[in-house]
Design a protein around this ligand. Structure first.
Ligand SMILES: Nc1ncnc2c1ncn2[C@@H]1O[C@H](COP(=O)(O)OP(=O)(O)OP(=O)(O)O)[C@@H](O)[C@H]1O
Length: 906
């Protein structure tokens, strides 16, 4: 019987299986007959969207051995056998359908495209994570000048003691929150009245003290001064009474009356100043918005923030939501939301009508479903407009059943218990997580050191020496800057490091190949065609022209992947497809691809991971080192304090030093904000600590430590062990292959690069033809050489020079006479044998089941140029063959050189 709950949320701690359940939910829907194109699954980052897509595929591929299977059985009520028999059909359908697993930003972009004309935009606009900042700045400054608001800008900058770039941030915040602020209005107010009142009362006070004979010098100094600024800076301003030590001897009740007058005047003055500030800011936001619009009309390029603001505006002002969802709803019946705690109010308001429709269960939504997961403890995007209170509100509003997930499936006992102990009394309503019985190990160590970088290196080296795999060690730091320093430090010690930049999608080989292919289609320059085939390691062929007006960019890319069988479980290509989908046309892709910030699939990279805590959300690693800040944290200097009541923006305040002494409302807002800032820091540390599966190291400084709020004491729990990894995944070492990528340099660079590539292409063709002829050789004997030569000429004759042909034939003739080789090949021979191993497809030039019972693997090479790489390659073949056959295998590199055959045992 099906246990599927239509309207369900999981509010659960880190590692308790929220993402797991999201995938289970998605698959349960597919198995229950929902079409993938009607399931909208929204995540926050491209990475998360890509990973979810990959997890769906991987789970289906390996369903019989996956933990998800039992849960799907439980939820759908289908038997295991049924699910397994359906799985390949479901997988095929999934891969061929227009799936809607995407970021919330991508979803809003789709909406905006449909209604772009309502926003006076062309539907083919493109999106980037941020607009061209410099362009925007210069446009804005021009507009400010034209509209005569330069003074306003300068005053604003002076008043808030902010630089232009900071004012720009404020403008952007205000622009984003405009709708939320619409119930608050600002009035311009004169300040001098308040100044005068305060000054008069101050002078009275001064008189009293000055004429008091018993006044001490401190008392006299305490009332010295003649300007409003002097008054406002007095230390006693915030006191309840003047009757305290300094003025005690002169005190009269009249003094307190003056004090109250001064306090009220300064409070009024601050409020007036605040009003003026917001009034000016508002005026500038109009100009900011105008410049933004002008710019995105010109460039047809919007930031994600612009998209959200526009869609929100359209829904509020221009189109009713029924019409909007009428145009979308035929395609969406099920909604799944990940990391819900980070949804902003504006994002939720856009989704709300659709969620309401789905949960009401009417019309097309009769079979619809709604599902979201999140963890309020992991809400760390308050600064971006995420309000954690939203989680409860939404569940309440939509009558969603909210369930916890109590067991931690990620970490070992010591890690879970450490996290429980540390956060139990720090995070409100913290519920200790349960440990699953088999997770009875783990290690946690809190280390104090003021040589943070050295300590990190030491721990990494210790883990590596115990046999840890570098890819499974993550160093989490506070800022990108700290990350860069860690990277340099580790690299200096000879370690391989993966950071955000190395993980850029466009730096991956398969993506480079597709880009070269597209460049060829676009520029029609042969060099790109040669590059493409070199990168995919195939012989050069003709590429048919494509009509860009008839085929979408996405289809062109899909076609090339299919035609040349590039997919081969390459998670990067899946990611690339999502990225391509966001580009409006080929120009947008080819000329702007350097700005694409999608990251590559982690599984395709190798090295110690260094990343910020914020970037680590949702990820997990065997070993985690959480490092203190290298520098002292800067104090919070946000000029504006936003005060929320639940999910409603109640009020905003201008931060003014000392204002909390005089203004209770402001003091209250400040207190609330401080609490939120503290919560943010706690949450960030919670995220960091919960990334570890086995071993967790916390490295703290002796002073000004980020970890001070946790009251950690130095010590260790459990015993440090490194589980021997079953086997390292052998990767095609894509990054070590030399490849020139810079085609947009100076003219002379281009010529140089072309020459180099030409040489490489020649070598490549030569090698391919040689391999082909070897493959065509029916037996390793002289009499078959001539037939094989003919076949090779049919295929490669047109691209080879005569001397190259002669060279190939002569090398092969030498081989078939080589005694060592002939001895090795005695047995059953399999040529160009393909093996699928650890999700990698491998081609073995020659695999022999030798007469002596041992598998011999032979890899032909025409030069010794990349020999280190060759050895690695053959080692990975040996592993694969041994694992698959369960028998012993040996590997050989067979160099077919110009005048000799050299055989090297690996
Ligand atoms: N029911 C389950 N059975 C087996 N393994 C599970 C189960 N639930 C989760 N896992 C595994 O536990 C780990 C943590 O799960 P997952 O990433 O889904 O947690 P999460 O709640 O999303 O965590 P976070 O909030 O930190 O992102 C994953 O490796 C996942 O495969």
């Amino acid at each position: 019987m099906s246990k599927f709950i239509n309207n369900l949320a999981y509010e659960a701690s880190a590692g308790s299986g929220k993402t797991f359940m999201l995938v289970v939910r998605y698959l349960s829907l597919l198995f229950s007959g929902a079409s993938a194109s009607k399931i909208l699954a929204l995540t926050f980052t491209n990475k998360a969207a890509a990973e979810m897509q990959e997890r769906v595929v991987l789970t289906l591929e390996e369903l019989e051995s996956r933990g998800e299977l039992d849960v799907i059985v439980d939820i759908t009520g289908y038997s295991k056998e049924h699910l397994l028999s359906e799985r390949s059909k479901i997988l095929t359908e999934f891969l061929n359908s227009n799936t809607k697993i995407m970021t919330i930003d991508a979803f809003f972009t789709q909406i905006l495209r449909k209604f772009s004309l309502y926003a006076s935009l062309m539907p083919d606009f493109s999106t980037m994570s941020s607009q061209h900042e410099l362009k925007l700045l210069s446009r804005f400054l021009k507009e400010v000048e034209v509209s005569g608001k330069k003074e306003t800008l300068i005053t604003l900058s002076l008043q808030s003691k902010k630089r232009l770039s900071d004012i720009f941030l404020l403008l952007d915040q205000f622009y984003t929150k405009r709708q939320e602020l619409s119930h608050i209005s600002f009035r311009k107010q004169p300040l001098d009245e308040y100044e005068q009142v305060a000054l008069e009362a101050f002078l009275e006070l001064q008189n009293i003290v000055n004429s008091c004979e018993a006044a001490s010098s401190t008392a006299l100094k305490g009332v010295a001064g003649e300007s409003f600024e002097d008054v406002a800076s007095k230390a006693w301003i915030g006191r309840e009474t003047m009757e305290y030590s300094t003025f005690k001897k002169c005190f009269t009740p009249e003094m307190d009356r003056h004090l109250t007058t001064i306090q009220d005047a300064i409070k009024g003055y601050n409020r007036a100043r605040e009003q003026n500030f917001f009034y000016s800011l508002n005026e500038l936001v109009d100009i900011y918005e105008k410049s933004k619009k002008a710019l995105y009309m010109d460039d047809s390029e919007l930031s994600f923030n612009d998209v959200t603001v526009l869609v929100h505006y359209l829904l509020k002002e221009r189109i009713d939501s029924e019409f909007l969802y009428f145009r979308l709803d035929s395609q969406i019946e099920h909604m799944l939301l990940d990391e819900f705690q980070d949804t902003s109010i504006m994002q939720y308001e856009i989704l709300k009508p659709l969620i309401n429709e789905i949960t009401s269960g009417k019309g097309v939504f009769e079979n619809g479903s709604f599902f979201f997961v999140g963890d309020v403890k992991q809400s760390i995007y308050r600064f971006r407009g995420g309000v954690s209170a939203l989680f409860g509100e939404v569940a309440h509003e939509n009558g969603t059943l909210t369930q916890p997930l109590l067991t931690n499936y990620r970490s070992q006992k010591e890690v879970i218990e450490f996290v429980n102990r540390v956060f139990e009394h720090k995070i409100k309503d913290y519920k200790a997580q349960l440990v699953r019985p088999e997770a009875d190990a783990g290690y946690v160590e809190v280390i104090q050191s003021d040589m943070l970088l050295d300590e990190v290196l030491k721990q990494v080296q210790k883990l590596l020496s115990l046999g840890a795999v570098a890819d499974e060690i993550a160093i989490l730091c506070a800022t990108n800057g700290d990350g860069e320093e860690v990277k340099l430090h580790l690299e200096h010690a000879g370690l391989e490091v993966v950071t955000e930049t190395t993980t850029k999608l466009i730096n991956q080989r398969s993506i480079k190949a597709v880009l070269e292919y597209l460049k060829y289609l676009y520029f029609n320059e042969d060099i790109y065609r040669y590059n493409f085939f070199a990168l995919i390691e195939r012989d050069v062929e003709k590429i048919d022209a494509v009509d860009f007006n008839k085929l979408s960019l996405l289809d062109i890319v899909k076609n090339v992947i299919k035609k040349y069988s590039l997919f081969d479980s390459d998670a990067n290509l899946l990611r690339f497809l999502t990225t391509v989908d966001r580009c409006k046309d080929i120009e947008a892709l080819l000329f702007e691809y350097e700005r694409i910030d999608t990251s590559a699939a982690a599984s395709e990279l190798s090295g110690v991971r260094v990343l910020t805590v914020h970037k680590s959300k949702g990820l997990e690693y065997e070993h985690v080192i959480v490092m203190d800040r290298l520098k002292k944290a800067p104090p919070n200097k946000d000029a504006i304090i936003y005060e929320y009541e639940g999910i409603r923006l109640q009020n905003i305040y201008l931060r003014i030093k000392g204002r909390d002494d005089l203004d209770a409302n402001y003091a209250n807002a400040l207190k609330k904000e401080k609490k939120l800032v503290l919560e943010d820091s706690l949450n960030a540390l919670y995220v960091a600590f919960t990334r570890a599966r086995e071993n967790l190291f916390v490295i703290k400084k002796s002073k000004d430590s980020t970890f001070d709020i946790l009251d950690l004491s130095v010590g260790s729990f459990g015993s440090l062990k490194v589980e021997k990894e079953k086997e390292q995944i052998v990767k095609k070492d894509l990054n070590t292959l030399k490849y020139e990528e810079e085609f947009y340099g100076a003219q002379s660079d281009i010529v140089k690069v072309e020459e180099e590539i030409e040489a490489d292409i020649k070598a490549q063709n030569f090698g391919t033809a040689l391999h082909f002829m070897l493959e065509m050789l029916s037996e390793f004997s002289n009499e078959y050489v001539s037939d094989a030569k003919d076949m090779m000429l049919n295929k490669f004759g047109h691209i080879l020079e005569d001397d190259e042909i002669e060279d190939i034939v002569s090398r092969i003739s030498l081989l078939v006479q080589n005694k060592e080789f002939l001895d090795l090949s005695r047995g059953e021979c399999f040529k160009e044998q393909s093996l699928r191993h650890n999700n990698n497809l491998k081609y073995i030039d020659l695999l022999i089941k030798h007469e002596d019972g041992i598998w011999k693997i032979i890899d032909y090479k025409s030069s010794t140029k990349y020999s280190e790489h060759h050895v690695e390659q053959v080692l990975s073949y040996i592993d694969a063959v041994e694992e698959i056959t369960g028998e012993t295998a040996e590997g050989y590199l067979c160099y077919l050189l110009k005048n000799e055959v050299k055989i090297v045992k690996v």
